[in-house]
Ligand binder design. Structure first.
Ligand code: ADE
Ligand code: ZN
Length: 345
């Protein structure tokens, strides 16, 4: 595709309407304050905020940990299978509005099982929403089970054991939560077992942590994608490898600004990544906390950086290529994208 010169409004419209995949969304991070309050009331759970506005006012983060503390408090209202369904369904309605046609949702079972919630309530509610998203909204949706890296290896192993009877309901494992001080190596044996079960593997690395964590996510955990990975540009050898092996990065621009990884979107390195040939994608991470869903991430990032229609096309293409969709599904998704771009440009 040629780099057509579009006005900012035309570029925004192109980006908004593009079919795309979302590969980095923590479903617990899609819990809007209104739903937190509604579920708290429904389940008789008390939360330390007086109102929706009070809760939203607390969303002033200084780093990843300051966010995680509030994010885990928000998730405490989730108790029943229906709660997990309602949360995911609300996300899928937003995803549909943003022209997301394929979504891979992270979920954090330990956040719930550690509070006494049954693993089956978590995964069955989420899976039911995924199946309904496919049937009613035409969104291909899959689940990725994330281990919390601030907890120990034994807890991750116990979670993998609990997940075993549900293997057909999720496609892979990931690694999230507090990064610095919890290198990927800590979970080498858990990931090896998960891969033996036929699960795909991804990991958060290089969000706040050093490029060394990206190397070990690749070499020790043998992940197929890196979540965030924005610190990779500090290491030219790593960039060479990401490009040569076409290892995708699931980048989350609004998240990176809200968690002070970059001072503002103008300082974000997404354009440098694309220019270097990295298979970067745009994602929302925790949209209820970071100021927007997928299209908001695209629109604000395109407004702040010198990105053009060619970059928009590359990002959408990358999102499908980097997904865990089957080759046939990928072909069909990419075909729809090409048809859209031909109509739009
Ligand atoms: N869990 C939810 N959002 C996260 C993020 N941005 N980094 C690490 N763990 C997370
Ligand atoms: Zn994340």
């Amino acid at each position: 595709m040629t780099a057509l010169k579009l006005s900012p409004e035309q570029l925004a419209a192109l980006v908004r309407g593009m079919p795309k995949a979302e590969l980095h969304i923590h479903i617990e991070g899609s819990l809007e304050p209104e739903l937190i309050f509604a579920l708290a009331q429904r389940n008789g759970v008390s939360i330390p905020y007086a109102s929706v506005e009070d809760l939203r006012a607390a969303y002033a983060f200084t780093n990843l940990q300051s966010f995680l503390d509030i994010y885990y408090a928000g998730a405490s209202v989730l108790l029943k299978e229906q709660d997990f369904f309602d949360m995911a369904w609300a996300y899928f309605l937003r995803a549909r509005a943003d022209n997301v046609t394929h979504a891979e949702l992270f979920f954090d079972p330990q956040t719930h099982t550690d509070r006494g919630v049954a693993f089956s309530a978590v995964i069955d509610g989420l899976r039911r929403a995924c199946d309904q998203a496919k049937a009613e909204l035409g969104i291909q949706a899959e689940l990725i089970l994330c281990f919390l890296r601030h907890l120990d290896e034994a807890s991750a192993f116990a979670t993998l054991e609990e997940a075993r009877p549900h293997l057909g309901k999720f496609i892979g494992v990931g690694l999230d939560s507090s990064e610095v001080g919890h290198p990927p190596e800590k979970f080498a044996r858990v990931f090896a077992d998960a891969r033996k079960l036929g699960l795909r593997a991804v990991a958060h690395a290089g969000e706040e942590g050093p490029p060394a964590y990206i190397w070990s996510a690749l070499d020790v955990l043998k992940v197929e994608r890196i979540d965030h990975g924005v610190q990779s540009l500090k290491d030219p050898e790593l960039v060479k490898r990401l490009v040569a092996q076409r290892i995708p990065l699931t980048v989350c621009p609004l998240s990176n600004v809200k968690l002070c990884v970059f001072p503002d979107l103008k300082a974000h390195n997404l354009k440098q990544m694309l220019d270097a040939g990295i298979v970067a994608t745009v994602n929302s991470d925790d949209p209820a906390y970071f100021g927007g869903y997928l299209n908001q991430n695209f629109i604000e990032t395109f407004a702040a950086l010198p990105l053009n229609a060619h970059d928009a096309h590359t990002l959408a293409q990358n999102s499908f290529e980097a997904s865990f969709a089957s080759p046939d599904q990928k072909r069909r998704q990419l075909h729809k994208l090409e048809a859209y771009c031909e109509r739009a440009l």
